[in-house]
Design a protein around this ligand. Structure first.
Ligand SMILES: Cc1cc2nc3c(=O)[nH]c(=O)nc-3n(C[C@H](O)[C@H](O)[C@H](O)COP(=O)(O)OP(=O)(O)OC[C@H]3O[C@@H](n4cnc5c(N)ncnc54)[C@H](O)[C@@H]3O)c2cc1C
Length: 316
């Protein structure tokens, strides 16, 4: 396989980059190890034994749109977005039918190969050779939009950009997805706390376009709690987190119809790079770790990489 430009990562950064390149007439190939599109803009769907449908945004909860370009994207893809009244007094943009709906809409006309993990990255002539679990891919230019520690592992310690990557740090996040019968109390739509092990709780089924019936809740453990319990198996984590959530809701954990936990090892950037990307002229490194822990920051990074690549006349 070969492509002029290979983008690794079908999260917001990679898709923003690939979409801009495609709009400029290039044909980037996007590779992602995941089965779904969107990276940390993730939506889990579950069917209960009685046929009931559940859906959880277990990664990003909503997006901000401070940049005019990102606001324009949300307008353009209006069918894949919606406004959520989350009880904070502010409206929040969310993806529809789940958070992954927005990246999926962005990927609609792109060549995205899912379930392809890049395992090695080697200079090859004037370009790059990517080793993947689906074979070798040759590219003139490579855009890596994976979390900084994963980019560092692919690059190796000798690469001249490796030092800058080492300065980037992430906080983990353990997330609980739980559902209770719809006729039980729902004391709030969302709640943030900086003193409780659960730093954020959202009534996910109150977002627009979500399945109705049971109430779907997402609860995110604080960075401290997440770090302390990071290596525990997901089943044990669900067992720990469910009573914490039930307590905040005034419910009995035994009433839960479903509970599962998800581990985000690289959830939120705690120490970003401070510039939109790194590059050596044929390799670009980007993602939310460049500018901050937000979907919009990932979009800014991916978009800036595309502009730089186009300005250098690469990828044609
Ligand atoms: C629990 C949680 C809650 C959050 N809440 C919010 C929020 O409310 N609002 C907000 O704006 N932001 C939030 N964020 C942050 C937001 O999700 C991220 O900033 C953003 O989605 C990052 O996009 P990205 O493209 O940089 O990275 P990612 O979305 O992580 O995309 C990277 C992609 O690279 C792929 N990949 C990695 N390694 C390889 C490999 N070797 N080969 C192939 N593919 C690979 C991964 O599968 C992934 O799809 C939250 C994050 C988490 C985890």
């Amino acid at each position: 396989m070969s492509a002029p430009v290979v983008v690794v990562g079908a999260g917001m950064a990679g898709l923003a980059c690939a979409r801009r390149l495609a709009q400029a007439g290039l044909a980037p190939m996007v590779l992602d190890k995941g089965r779904g599109i969107g990276g940390r803009m993730a939506t889990r769907r579950v069917t209960l034994a009685d046929g009931g449908a559940l859906q959880f945004d277990h990664g990003a909860q909503y997006v901000t749109a401070r940049e005019p370009g990102f606001a324009a994207l949300l307008d353009e893809l209006a069918g894949a977005t919606g406004l959520w009244q989350n009880g904070s007094g502010r409206q929040r943009w969310v993806g529809r039918p789940g958070m992954s709906g927005l990246p999926r809409a962005m990927a609609a006309r792109l060549e995205v190969r899912q379930s392809v993990q890049v395992t090695g990255l080697h200079p090859d002539g004037r370009g790059w050779r990517l080793e993947t679990d689906a074979g070798t891919v040759l590219a003139s230019a490579v855009v890596l939009t994976v979390p900084a520690p994963q980019a560092a592992a692919l690059l190796g310690t000798d690469h001249r950009l490796a030092g800058a990557l080492a300065a980037v740090h992430y906080a983990p996040c353990l997330t609980l997805m739980a559902a209770f019968p719809g006729n039980l109390q729902r004391p709030f739509l969302s709640q943030a706390s900086d003193s409780h092990p659960l730093a954020w709780i959202a009534q996910d089924s109150s977002k627009p376009g979500r399945p109705q019936g049971p109430t779907a809740w997402v609860a995110q453990a604080s960075p401290e709690w997440s770090a302390a319990h990071l290596e525990e198996p997901p089943e044990a984590l669900a067992g720990r987190l469910l009573p914490l959530l039930a307590d905040r809701l005034g419910l009995d954990p035994a009433q839960a119809l479903f509970a599962a936990a998800h581990r985000w090892r690289y959830a939120r950037v705690a120490a970003p790079l401070g510039q939109p990307f790194l590059s050596d002229g044929t390799l670009w490194l980007g993602g939310d770790w460049c500018l901050g822990a937000r979907v919009e920051a990932a979009w800014q990074s991916g978009s800036a990489i595309a502009e730089d690549l186009l300005a250098r006349g690469l990828g044609g």
